[in-house]
Structure formats: structure tokens, C-alpha cells
Design a protein around this ligand. Sequence first.
Ligand code: WTA
Length: 571
Amino acid sequence: MANIIEKPETITPRPNLPDYDETYRTFEWKNAYDQVAWDDRGRLNAAESAVDRHARSPLKHKVALYWQGADRNEEYTFLELSNLSNRFANVLTSAGIKKRDRVFIFLPRIPELYVSFLGIIKTGAIAGTMFSAFGPDGLYDRLHDSGARCLITNSSLKKRVNEIKGDLPDLEQIIVVDETDVAEGEISYPEAMKKASDTFDVAMMSPNDPAFMLYTSGTTGKPKGVVHRHLAIVQQHMTTEWVLDLHDNDIYWCTADPGWITGITYGILGPFSCGASVVVHDGRFDPDAWYSVIEQYRVTVWYSAPTAFRMLAQAKDAHKNHDLSSLRHICSVGEPLNAEIVHWGMRAFKLPIHDNFWQTETGGILIANYPSMPVKPGWMGKPTPGITAAIIDDNGIEVRRGVEGNLALKPDFPSLMLEIWKNPRKHAEYFMGDWYLTGDRAVQHEDGYYLFIGRSDDVINTSGERVGPFEVESVLIEHPAIAEAGVIGKPDALRGEIIKAFVVLGDDYEPSDDLESDVRRFVKARLAGHAYPREFEIVDALPKTRSGKIVRRMLRAKELGLPIGDVSTLE
Ligand code: WTA
């Protein structure tokens, strides 16, 4: 195996997965059930397991959440977080929220986000999160499809909600977290919380009852609602221990926003369940500010993404101005982690960055470089215990090691999505025979490590965030000058991919700088920041199949000067 990094002798990993082969061979999920809290009728609640059980244990006065905002910092112990989320659960039940109702959160990374997420789950309702950069279209798609009854937001983000509220008949309650700007009919979070009791009878749920949902992009159509069950907490707990190596004396920083799955599974549920202290930094990316978080809180375990590491690497010696000696373990997810960045990490932090792979739909890590194993830079690692992974061909037949194919999994693990909200047909498309298909292409090496090759569909991964080309195209064609649009991911050294849009103008329009700026403004106002195309190109026509579908792979091949491939089905 070329280029393995053995762990430097100066670090003492405290791996929770002492022997991978042995654990992998003998592990069964049911043997891990006792890692979370059950009642005597075989029911559980993910928020109870994450926080409340620690509020009854010797960890109760330990800080669960260190929050760093722009102009103030706050700390919450497990007991405080448990009491606050109880209060919020009472606020929701007084507002008439019942089990299985969808309650969505549209907030920046402030403590109220964490309190309300846990509070919603405690009532047995389904918690949904939306990234604070979403524009009205993204909000509408999610709130409308889920039939959300209640939304928690703040006074500045509420303006975007007001634009679409009239078209959301199911949305009955809006809870506003600020003291001011609470309109008639809305609930003031501070007032309601003051009045609510801090004891709450947590709704104990069946393992397969839904706990939270979030929307993710595929190739076609609007984003799909991926629903996760309460039982997922078992896998979220185990993988946090095995892969992130979290112990209850760790200070842990996950840079992902809870608007995405990483910010939920490994920003809230997994680390709290392991009794770790979680650091939340509510601020934009900035190398000095980021290194200061590690320095100030003495962060021991850090989970981030390749684009962020690449940006930090570009900041050259910025790390030298900070004491980062508290760090003992670093992990990365979301997009391919280049070998060069792992080597940069060795120079900057004297630690390897551990890649791992998973998806919104799988709710937890599937493949990883473990603390207990040598890191193979550029490779994603090996399956977690309890996960059967394989590379299969397009007929569902397993291929030999060393051969590229579709990365597939046996769908028998607890954190695999329960359903796609109100869309069983879409859910069924993920499965072929005995396999769940990730939509990714990969290779397994003789030694068992997996290498990521790319998506098997047109889904774009820009800075680790998943964007469906259809969503971007739909917004583009709303502009009066644009007749047709095709959108692709174009390889980019920093962001993995950037979004490039090819557009065909309507008959009455001529290309001009003014038109281009107008289109850019139009799209920016409607799409979340990350989904905004950084490049535009006006073309006379788009490549299409005979049935009229845009063939994005041809746009991509042309853009990259690659062979165009089979054109027999094209117009
Ligand atoms: C990609 C994020 C290469 C992959 C947790 C997957 C990766 C999609 C890696 C899921 C990795 C994730 N190396 N590619 N280590 N991890 N991906 O749903 O294409 O936002 O299917 O979940 O990101 O993105 P999602």
C-alpha cells in the first residue's frame, strides 16, 4: 500500500475501536442498544438519550454546549440543556403540537436552535432544520412538502418566511426567538419559555418512529425529505465513539451547520450522547477566528470538511500564531479529501486528518479511517462495524476488488433513512435487489480500503454541500430572458466543484453585461449562497435526449474537453 501514515508516536490515541478486524467480525447492532437509554417497554427518545440521561448522571453539571457568538459567549450544562429543552417541549405542546407533526427550525447557530431541536424531538414531533442561507424558494419547498405546522425563526430571517407564508396553509404557528418584532398571532420564545415548566414527560417512542427530517438534493425534481428514526441514535452514538473517538472528557468542535446532516448527527445527537462538550462557533469562515476557537476552548477533537481544510492550507502560516496543542484527533467528511491535504495536516497539526464517508440518507458514518488504524491518504477507509459495503455493477453483481463500480450497502443498519417523506417511489429508487445504492462510484483496494471516484448521477458537490442541478435550473428559467438552462459541477481546486450554468436566451434577448448582472442578482435573491452559479455561459442550444431531457454529462464533457461518450439516444 503506497503512502500510509502511521500514527506519530507523540500522540496517544484513545481509540474506542481497539481492534477493527475483531470488532467488525463479531459486531451486531443489537449488542450496542444498551449504549442508549430505553424504558421498560422497549421505547426510546433520541433527545432523552443524547441529553436527559446525562442530566441525571454525574455529568449533569458538566458543560454540554460552549457557544461562541459574535459579541458574547455562553455555556450550558447537560442539566440546563435538559431543562431548557423541557421548557420548549412544553411551549410546543401548549401550542397544540402533537406526535409526528413537523416542526421546522430556521435559525443561525444560536443556542435556541439546539434547545428547540431537542425540545421538538422530546414531544415526539418531527424536527426539521433549514440552513440560514436559504432563500424563499428553498424555504417554501421544504415547509410546503413537509406540511410543517410550526416554525421557529428570528426577526431577521422571518422576512424571507413572510414572502411565502401566504402559500403555506399548514403553517399555523411561528415562534420568534427575539424579544422584539413578534407580530400578532406569533409566539414570543422568551415569553413562552419564561412561563413554561422545566419538567416534561418525554414522549418515549418506538424505535422506528420518526425523530427528525431534512431535505436533500437528487438529480431530478425538488429536494426530498429524508426522515430518520429514533433508533438511529444507536448508530450515531457508536460511530461518534469509534470514528470521532469522543470520550466524556473531550472538547469537541464540529464546524457543520445543523441545517445539514453532519451538524445534526455529529453536531448534536452523537457527541451529546457520548457525553462530550460541544463547541459551537456562530460565525463565518476565517482562518484566525477558526484557530482561535481551538485555542480558546482547548478543542481536543475537530470534525470539518475538505474545502475548509484547503482554505486553511491557503492561509499558509496562520496556524503558527495559535496554540493548537490541545488537538488530538481530526476528521473530515463531505467531499473527497485529497492526499496533499492530509500531508499538510501532518505538517500543520502533527496529526493526520481522518477521512470518512456517509450521506444524509444514511444518517451516520459508513466508511472511515479509524483512530486505531494507519491512515491511507486519499482513501476513505473501511466500513464501520455493522456495515456491509460492496462495489456492484449496474446489474447489482459484486465486482472484484480493484474494479470501479457503484458503492452499495446492505440496508440493515439503524441510521438508514426510514422513508422519503410522502414519496415511496423515490425511496424505492435507492434500492436494487439486496442493496442500498449510494449514487457514488468507488473502488475497493485489496487491503479493504475504499477510494471515492465520483457521483454516478448529476448531483453537484460544492464545498461539501450537495446541490441538485434541477433546483438551480428551475430558478434560472424563472428569469424572463432565460428560455432554457443546464447546470453542472465544474472541478475546482478549492471547492471540489463550482456550479456552472449554461443558458439559452429567449428570442427577444441579446447577451449583454447588464443582462448577465441582472440574471446574477435574480438568482442570488432566490437561491442559498452555496447554490449560486459562479460561472454563466450563454449558448445557442443545450444537448438533449430525443425525449427532451437535458444531457448534463455532455455539457460537462464539453466543458472539460472529455470524450462525449454514447450519443445514440440524443437528439
Ligand atoms: C459525498 C454528507 C468523497 C458523496 C455527510 C456522498 C464524499 C455525498 C465523502 C453525501 C468523502 C461524502 N469522500 N465524497 N469522504 N463524504 N461525500 O448527503 O458524494 O450532504 O454521496 O452528506 O457527499 O452528501 P450529504
